[in-house]
Design a protein around this ligand. Structure first.
Ligand SMILES: [Zn+2]
Length: 79
């Protein structure tokens, strides 16, 4: 019985960690998609852009407070 309980526990933990990992991945992907639609009112740079690595924009799942290109205040609502 103990062995079965242990196996069930392992399966439960593995299943939950997979679900949590999936939810986190979905959250990151959805956040990136949502943020990719919001752009800087000054220069149209995506607010999720965290910077550039050899010219390729690196997007994050969270918005920047200031534009990575022109430094505009993104916390302020646009026009
Ligand atoms: Zn900008």
């Amino acid at each position: 019985m103990t062995a079965i309980g242990f196996i069930m526990g392992v399966v439960l933990v593995k299943t939950q960690s997979r679900v949590v990992a999936g939810l986190m991945l979905a959250w990151l992907v959805l956040g990136s998609i949502r943020l990719s639609r919001i752009r800087c009112p000054q220069c149209r740079t995506q607010v999720g852009e965290q910077g550039r690595v050899s010219g390729i924009p690196v997007l994050g799942a969270f918005p920047r407070r200031h534009c990575s290109r022109c430094g505009a205040d993104l916390a302020r609502p646009g026009p």
